[in-house]
Ligand binder design. Structure first.
Ligand code: KG4
Ligand code: ZN
Length: 365
């Protein structure tokens, strides 16, 4: 029977400051004792995107409050913890540094072990936290900064099957929202508009479907939406509500179609390995999208694999996934010292390190 572990996790790699406490009693399913997230949406609203310097300052200001809240809500003291896990990359370097410095301070003051966690591993291990998923499973990680397929074989063992060669899908949602004058983050606002629109009115491109493999491209799609908007504005002098909803619906449908077809291909590669209980999991902010979740579930069912998507608060950035990843790393014997580095780039699959696929936003993996 494995030891009971209680881990504090910190996350500050983009525009959410988060702290959480996760406990795993022996081999039982891990439990989230608390998960506190301070979003920064309003701070960046006037700029149309995340401003790294503003993000870093806000993280530095909010981290200790976040930690105190997470500890209080979990009803634990530092003496109840086994380790402190912190996102050490990839991400906006100022934010990652804020988290790493805070975690180092806590570790130095309490004597608790420090564990640097890859933010992508946090997302990629979420199905183990939520569903107790067994290795290996296929992960589609889709967020504002990332888009890749990974076969997850262990907490430090990932094989990358493909990814985006330019933008990440969340980035495309955010840019389309900006093009159409919708609020940030773009994913939820575009999804809400799309629900009111006709996905068949505009036929946007399905990039890279004609090319073999599991790579994606989303930047042309966003440009196609921009061109269509400009054409309508030139013709009619502006966009009606219906135009906007139809543009969102057409764009979202194109993303759904591309993700579905590439997932079908990735599932076939994964299934060829003969997993005994094939499982496909999606994670990252874009996995909150209902149309995407529903379509991926259909694809997986057709291919004979189970499908899981996180509950909505665990789709977007949070510290419970970092605490959980830290817990798995702790069990694997990983410990970092006070020389832990903050890394702007940190690919999960080291063998595929030279490949594209991180998305352009924020120079990530
Ligand atoms: O995982 P996340 O919180 O941060 C990164 O690591 O990037 O993902 C944020 C991204 C944003 O681009 C946001 O627009 C997108 O996830 N997103 C969505 C939805 N909710 C959030 N995209 C599509 N549909 C949604 N419902
Ligand atoms: Zn993320």
């Amino acid at each position: 029977m494995a030891q009971t572990l209680t881990i504090l996790g910190l996350e500050s790699s983009c525009d959410d400051t988060a702290a959480a406490v996760v406990r795993q009693a022996g081999d039982a399913r891990a439990e989230i004792l608390s998960s506190v997230v301070f979003g920064q949406t309003e701070l960046h609203a006037a700029f149309g995107g995340v401003v790294p310097e503003i993000a870093a300052r806000a993280h530095a200001e909010k981290l200790d409050v976040c930690v105190a809240d997470a500890m209080a809500q979990a009803d634990v003291g530092f003496g109840d913890l086994d380790a402190i896990a912190v996102t050490a990359g990839p991400g906006l370097i100022g934010g990652v540094l804020s988290g790493v410095m805070c975690a180092k301070g806590l570790s130095a003051a309490t004597g608790l072990p420090l564990i640097g966690v890859n933010h992508l591993a946090g997302h990629a291990l979420t199905p183990r936290l939520t569903d107790g998923a067994a290795w290996p499973y296929l992960m589609l990680l889709v967020s504002g900064g990332h888009c890749q397929f990974l076969i997850a074989r262990g907490c430090q063992d990932f094989t990358r099957l493909g990814g985006t060669i330019d933008d990440a899908p969340g980035e495309a949602f955010d840019k389309v929202a900006r093009i159409l004058g919708l609020p940030q983050p773009g994913g939820p606002s575009v999804e809400a508009e799309a629900a009111k629109g006709d996905p068949a009115r505009f036929r946007f491109p399905r990039p890279l479907l004609d090319r073999e493999g599991c790579d994606f491209s989303f930047s042309g799609l966003k440009t196609a939406v921009l061109r269509e908007r400009d054409r309508i504005v030139a013709e009619k002098g502006g966009l009606t509500r219906a135009d906007r909803a139809d543009l969102c619906a057409g764009f979202q449908q194109a993303v759904v179609d591309v993700l579905a077809e590439k997932t079908r291909r990735a599932v076939r590669i994964y299934m060829a390995e003969g997993p005994s209980r094939p499982l496909v999991a999606v994670a990252g902010g874009v996995s909150a999208n209902k149309a995407i979740r529903a379509r991926l579930e259909t694809v997986c069912a057709a291919e004979g694999a189970s499908f899981t998507a996180p509950p909505l608060p665990l789709c977007t950035d949070n510290a419970a996934m970092i605490a959980y990843a830290g817990l798995e790393l702790f069990r694997a014997g990983v410990r970092d010292g006070l020389d832990l580095m903050a890394r702007p780039r940190w690919p999960l699959d080291r063998a595929a390190a030279g490949m594209l696929g991180g998305g352009k936003k924020g120079a990530k993996a």
